[in-house]
Design a binder for this molecule. Structure first.
Ligand SMILES: O=C(O)c1cc(C(=O)O)c2c(n1)C(=O)C(=O)c1cc(C(=O)O)[nH]c1-2
Length: 249
């Protein structure tokens, strides 16, 4: 078995390479190269992710041992808050307003990209379908989340001064909270890790989660059906004699 320090070093190496701070979209964000519209699309797509986090944590809660449940429930309360005007989701809605998005655009998911929905749903399904150990481990990308929040906050302040400053409250709150949550998850997993196989499950869950976050950003650069110009193969399938249509009929 690895020592706890060796396990953390392994996770560190994985995150240093696979975490979404290295994704081209985030690199453009941090360099100040995103347009207003691109930033709005990011906020809108991440809102779906934010909404799904307390859902996956609620699914996880139902599987946890009593002591762990008592601690993990604070994650759900953090996002949902004691009322609609408080908590993480409320802070993300404030970010939406700060970048100029109407709340009904966020709530209707009008800007949600298919791939961002699939990536987010894959995370919820992973937690629902696996033992709690893997679900808890998959949250460990938060070891790096606190770092990206700091970089992002400075990037917004420096490059996107048109974003109203109160919209950045979520990032500030999260840069503390992510570290607290990651330490809690490591402690919980440490108490239930018996074999090297268990440790490898932790690494595999973090690898999976990195691919969720990476795919979500991939989806923001993807072409949407309505953006394909007319005449660029848009009507190929409708043509009589087309082998695909013919084969189906
Ligand atoms: O903006 C980000 O880069 C980022 C990353 C992550 C992450 O690493 O999973 C989370 C969040 N934000 C976040 O806001 C959040 O609430 C959150 C919860 C979780 C989780 O897996 O339980 N990750 C993250």
């Amino acid at each position: 078995m690895w020592t706890p320090a060796e396990l953390e070093r392994t996770l560190e190496g994985l995150l240093a390479r696979d975490y979404h701070h290295r994704h081209p979209f985030n690199r453009r964000m941090h360099a100040g190269a995103l347009s207003r519209e691109e930033l709005q699309v990011w906020v809108a797509n991440r809102y779906y992710y934010q909404q799904c986090i307390p859902v996956k944590d609620s699914l996880l809660l139902a599987k946890l041992p009593e002591d762990a449940r008592r601690e993990w429930i604070t994650r759900v309360l953090y996002h949902d808050g004691p009322s609609r005007e408080q908590g993480g989701l409320s802070a993300w809605r404030a970010l939406g307003r700060a970048v100029g998005l109407d709340e009904d655009v966020l709530e209707s998911h009008a800007l949600l990209r298919p791939g961002a929905r699939f990536a987010t749903d894959a995370y919820v399904n992973f937690v629902r379908d696996h033992p709690w150990f893997d679900g808890v481990a998959s949250s460990l990308t938060e070891l790096y989340a606190q770092r990206i929040m700091a970089v992002r906050t400075v990037a917004f302040e420096t490059h996107y001064p048109w974003v109203e400053p109160q919209g950045l409250a979520y990032f500030r709150s999260r840069s503390r909270q992510a570290g607290v949550e990651a330490s809690g998850a490591l402690r919980l997993l440490g108490g239930h890790t018996r074999t090297q196989q268990d440790q490898e499950r932790i690494v595999a869950a973090v690898r999976f989660k990195c691919s969720v976050l990476w795919s979500l950003l991939d989806a923001l650069d993807a072409t949407l059906p309505q953006d394909v110009p007319e005449g660029l193969g848009a009507d190929d399938l409708a043509r009589p004699g087309n082998p695909v249509v013919g084969g189906v009929a």
